[in-house]
Design a protein around this ligand. Structure first.
Ligand SMILES: Cc1ncc(COP(=O)(O)O)c(C=O)c1O
Length: 280
């Protein structure tokens, strides 16, 4: 077998978790919460299973859940998102990231990303013939030197991947970071993938801003979310992507032939949890 990803080995998360089990060790290596899922949510999943919601969900996600996501963006960020055209429910944040990269990256395209980084970005880019252009962030601040990032841009730069708040460095972008990023992609063909799965897991009184709040980035950014993180149910693998209609059309072309749709009862249960009564 001529591997398309010769440099890729088993993810560090699987390696460390297996070692922890083998040695009976405390596992601090994999980012999943050790507190329980809301029992109401578990009950709701059971309810929607029993009620017969067991066939394919709509390709873009069930309408009530997309409306919930829409409401969240309005409440938290004051942003109006179109639930029909701009939101797709995915099998976790990871599938959303993979799908956006698959929809965008062609052989020879360059992708700027910041390190240390979550480990699913680079393999997806490599798989589609892209070239990673890493930017090392330096401890203890892990701040981005935007002038340096600018110096890395070439006519082949197609995508900039950001993770805000950052895993593992915990760095959260300020307004100046967002403005610098917007200025850099202005008048170019560069798009942005913003992994925002940790937007509600922050220290102190920091309020992370979605890149979609910036008018220029609003048109150019795929924002990734994860209900696994939001509801501390990482094993359920339900997430979403939010992007402007032109971007979302391309995203859905890949999504529909990749997973097509996501676990139906869980989508209804998550939608219902936040209060709305869903007709079965
Ligand atoms: C930064 C980051 N993005 C995405 C994900 C994946 O999210 P999901 O479990 O919803 O696929 C993780 C999981 O640890 C993560 O740390």
């Amino acid at each position: 077998m001529n591997s398309k990803l010769p440099a890729v080995e088993t993810t560090i998360f699987s390696v460390m978790s297996a070692l922890a089990v083998e040695n009976g060790a405390l596992n601090l290596s994999q980012g999943f919460p050790d507190y329980a899922v809301d029992p109401k949510l578990i009950e709701l999943v059971g309810h929607y299973l029993d009620a017969g919601n067991n066939q394919y969900a709509p390709m873009v996600g069930v309408a009530v859940l997309r409306e919930r996501i829409q409401e969240k963006f309005q409440r938290v960020h004051g942003l109006i998102i179109d639930a029909e055209q701009e939101i797709t429910v995915t099998a976790g944040g990871t599938q959303a990231i993979f799908t956006a990269i698959a929809a965008l990256i062609r052989p020879g395209d360059e992708v700027i990303s910041f390190e240390p980084a979550y480990d699913c970005y680079a393999p997806a880019v490599t798989l589609f013939g892209g070239k990673m252009v890493p930017v090392r962030l330096v401890a203890p601040e892990f701040a981005v030197d935007w002038d340096y990032v600018k110096s890395l841009i070439t006519p082949r730069t197609r995508l900039i991947i950001v993770n805000n708040p950052n895993n593992p460095a915990c760095r959260v972008f300020g307004m100046a970071d967002i403005a610098a990023l917007a200025e850099m992609v202005q008048n170019s063909n560069i798009l942005v993938l913003s992994d925002e799965v940790y937007e509600h897991l922050v220290f102190d009184d920091i309020q992370p801003q979605t890149l979609l709040k910036h008018p220029l980035l609003r048109e150019r950014t795929f924002v990734i979310g994860s209900f696994g993180k939001l509801l501390h149910a990482t094993g359920w693998k339900v997430g979403y992507c939010v992007a402007a209609p032109a971007l979302m059309i391309e995203f859905r072309k890949v999504h529909q032939f990749n997973v097509f749709s996501v676990h139906t009862p869980t989508q209804y249960a998550i939608a219902r949890l936040s209060g709305r009564c869903v007709t079965l």
